[in-house]
Design a binder for this molecule. Structure first.
Ligand code: XMP
Length: 269
């Protein structure tokens, strides 16, 4: 099994503390979305290794997606990529968007955690009891993280995440994603994903979560959002895929985004 950063350090921090320490040590708040594809598994692994090697000085973590798992399955190649990231002191996140019933959710989470991932992304739409309860309990037992999908970045996201619902506590009418942000706080999630394409959503969520749950924002560069605006709105980490790996010079692009984020953070302070 892959040696995790937790084992390397002999400490047992929560995932949100682990990524905070990692990003401070590496001076980067960028999580690389490893959405590279190729029909030939050998070529695919080679490309993944190359991109991790190339941009590792400018990132704090790597997010794996389901397309990559479908190509390689949870076999040694994926475990080797997780190990490679850990050897470079990077955290690893599995973007599983878990959203089934409790027993299958638990099986999914167990398999990803066994493979070596430090955290998993899950969807709060399925709720706590009989939904994500088992996943949070399993993560807590293993000191792993669960990151909730609070609002997505694509145009249609508002049809689900932005629809108006009734707050069961106050009976007020509020957007769905605000309830999800409250879930992230109440369930002690280790992160909340909020799309960067609507920075005002990040600001609203950050107000609810404050320093208790970090905000991860995808949607910059390739989807048009600005890293600076996302950080100013309250994002703690940026998830960046094509803006790095599809660039003609991935290392330069990763450094440019990292530098922009770091100077924005300094300006904010
Ligand atoms: P790009 O290439 O657009 O990749 O930088 C974004 C990554 O983030 C994942 N992801 C999301 N992307 N809105 C997004 O645009 C979301 O709400 C979201 N949640 C996760 C996406 O799968 C890709 O890996």
């Amino acid at each position: 099994m892959s040696k995790t950063l937790i084992e390397v350090d002999g400490l047992l921090p929560r995932f949100k503390d682990l990524i905070k320490n990692t990003s401070e040590n590496l001076a980067s708040n960028i999580v690389l979305a490893l959405d590279i594809d190729n029909e030939d598994p050998k070529v695919l692994v080679k490309k993944c290794v190359e991109i991790i090697d190339t941009v590792s000085p400018h990132i704090c973590g790597v997010k794996f997606g389901r397309p990559l798992i479908l190509r390689l399955s949870l076999n040694m190649q994926i475990r080797d990529l997780i190990r490679l990231a850990h050897e470079k002191r990077l955290i690893t996140i599995m973007d599983a968007k878990i959203n089934d019933v409790a027993h299958t959710n638990l099986s999914i989470a167990t398999q990803y955690f066994d493979a070596g991932f430090d955290a998993i992304i899950a969807s709060p739409f399925v709720g706590w009891e009989g939904g994500l309860d088992t996943v949070f309990q399993e993560a807590s037992k293993r000191n792993k993280g669960i990151i909730l999908l609070v609002h997505m970045s694509h145009k249609g996201a508002s049809q689900g995440y932005g629809r108006i619902v009734m707050d069961p506590d106050s009976t007020e009418k509020i957007p769905q994603f605000i309830l999800f942000a409250k879930n992230a706080l109440a369930w002690k999630a280790d992160g909340a994903v909020v799309g960067a394409t609507h920075p005002n959503n990040i600001t609203v969520v950050k107000k609810i979560l404050d320093e208790n749950v970090p905000v991860f924002a995808p949607g910059v560069i390739a989807q048009g959002a600005s890293p600076k605006d996302a950080i100013m709105a309250g994002a703690d980490y940026l998830i960046v895929g094509r803006g790095i790996f599809s660039s003609s010079e991935p290392e330069k692009s990763a450094k440019k985004i990292k530098d922009e984020v770091n100077s924005t953070i300094k300006y904010k302070c």
